[in-house]
Design a binder for this molecule. Sequence first.
Ligand code: MN
Length: 319
Amino acid sequence: MLDRIVEVINSCRTFLVTAHVRLDGDALGSELALYHILRGMGKEVVIYNQDETPENYKFLPGSGVIVNTLESAPDFDVVFVLDCSEIERIGDEASRVGSIGRMINIDHHISNGGFCNISLIDTEASSTGEILYRLLEKMKVDLTADIAINLYAAILTDTGSFHHSNTGKDTFAIAGKLVEKGADPRWIAEMVYEVNPPAKIELLARVLDTLEFDWDGKIGSITVTRQMIEDVGALPEYTEGFVDFVRSIKGVEVAVIYSEISKNNFRMSLRSKGKINVERVADKFGGGGHLSAAACMIEGDIDTVKSSIVNSVINQQKK
Ligand SMILES: [Mn+2]
């Protein structure tokens, strides 16, 4: 499949690059690395995302070129859909993007059913960035500092700073190469993780106050309401990473954050230490993700939603 993708790249001129809504470091770093690769070959490239680039990713080289409105979707020769397990995850423009003749999907989600005829899916890869690195090696493209920084940010964030079970020796070997080519680990970590707005930490204080345990302490959860976000003048995306504090608790196997999206409508992010597959839990409610990090949405009052998730996690353990 790598060869087929290289062939398409070589024979086409205009490219659209996109990824999932609720952008993360892997989605953005992968898009921008691919942008620099293609631009380096003299191709025309547009990166479109439905959501705006979060503040802490604006340092990524090239992030200024990303657009949030799609003008002429069918005019591209090829579209790359990155880090997406299904086309709907692109957002409102999914059907227009889907109308582009050649579509290439590069992804590492377990839940990927293969929605493109050209799909490069490796569920063992730590990140989409890691797969792109292999593509780049295959293409013998010069690994510039701009590409290295973007790919390093993709791998760093999707492995939870090399904490998750998707971190293996290849991850470090690739990260080592990227550092050699100009990705500075301290600088990137500071740009991604140490630029929190004070309101985010105020919100964290409120949210941690809701900490609860179920199943003899094996499930830890926190809840964030719209009211809390409003009270401290935060943005909904400030809750990114909060769930990791819960997973860090001794004895907790599964950590959950319940985020109120609207009245009686919650989005759950689940994290596992590795024994329990949270992707299966999320999948049961129409969500998806990875073995140790997944998400889903459920409608209902908070108590009902919580008991659905708790029961589903416990059932998962029994299997
Ligand atoms: Mn990813």
